[in-house]
Design a protein around this ligand. Sequence first.
Ligand code: HEC
Length: 126
Amino acid sequence: MPQRYALAAAALTLWACSTIAAADETKPSVARGRDIFMKVGCYHCHGTHGQGSGAGLKLAPDPLPTEAIAQFIRATTSTMPAYSEHILSDSQIADIAAYLGSIPAARSPDAIPALKSSSQHVKPQR
Ligand code: HEC
């Protein structure tokens, strides 16, 4: 009898875990978005934090709305390659947008004590 209960408990746990995982997949995820951003190569041109590089524009902080990002990714005909639904689903684009939206703005140099104090001591030489 106790074995039966253990089996039922294990089955219930499995069911609960799969339900939670399924529920999580429906909303955009920052962690998933970061993985996808690296996996499909966005970072090659836009930098690992969307900071931009010689090959791609700055995407974050303060990214475009998800809808605009999706439209651009699907339809671009310029330097950036377009990504079809076969490569990147709409929900994966929403994940990328969540990742880009999670990237904080750089701190002002004045908020970093070491930079603040050194900038007060460095005087231009004549
Ligand atoms: C081969 C380099 C390259 C790759 C890879 C790349 N991009 Fe781009 N991206 C660019 C360039 C260059 C632009 C500027 C527009 C243009 O010339 O195509 C751009 C523009 C954009 C824009 C529009 C930005 C704006 O402010 O107008 C978005 C959004 C964007 N990329 C997102 C992505 C995402 C997300 C990925 C990955 C799925 C990606 N890019 C992969 C090079 C790249």
